[in-house]
Write a protein that binds this ligand. Structure first.
Ligand code: 5GP
Ligand code: ZN
Length: 140
């Protein structure tokens, strides 16, 4: 995609600090890091969200995340990391090319866990939870 920033990084038209590359995946430092070592892992082919991402490319992205998260932690001496996708515009995705974030975390970094994502947590009753679980199982 000509107008996609991350496709331009894959093509080498925009420079990036690459930390890993294979046939399917590129990983590079985020230009506006939330922590030292904040790394993005992307499929080289353009897909907007995880919904569009073919399974084999998803496997390649996860495999790279799996290898890189510990490498990032060691490199910046972080005891932990948050690994996450903003999957779609409503979830805060700004660059419409699938990317996983590896954000190194430190004991006193002031960051929050994934449970702090929403301010209005729904109260769901058992029957609603049963319906939701069944609907997901049906769709997958
Ligand atoms: P999103 O909000 O879409 O999940 O995150 C997009 C991320 O891409 C942001 O953290 C932002 O700093 C990063 N980003 C945007 N443009 C560039 C760029 O040109 N180069 C690099 N290395 N990162 C970028
Ligand atoms: Zn793209």
């Amino acid at each position: 995609m000509d107008n996609c920033i991350f496709c331009q990084i894959v093509a080498g038209d925009i420079p990036s600090r690459t930390v890993y590359e294979d046939d399917d995946v590129l990983a590079f430092l985020d230009v506006n890091p939330l922590a030292p070592g904040h790394t993005l892992v992307i499929p080289k082919d353009h897909h907007e969200t995880l919904t569009e991402l073919p399974e084999d490319e998803g496997d390649a992205v996860f495999s790279a995340l799996h290898r890189l998260a510990p490498a990032v932690e060691v490199a910046v001496d972080a005891p932990a990391s948050t690994v996450a996708f903003n999957n779609g515009e409503a979830a805060g995705q700004e660059v419409p090319h699938v990317h996983g974030h590896i954000v190194p975390r430190f004991d006193d970094d002031g960051g929050r866990p994934i449970h702090a994502l929403v301010s209005d947590q729904p109260e769901l009753h058992d029957d609603e939870l049963d319906d939701i679980a069944a609907a997901i199982a049906e769709e997958r």
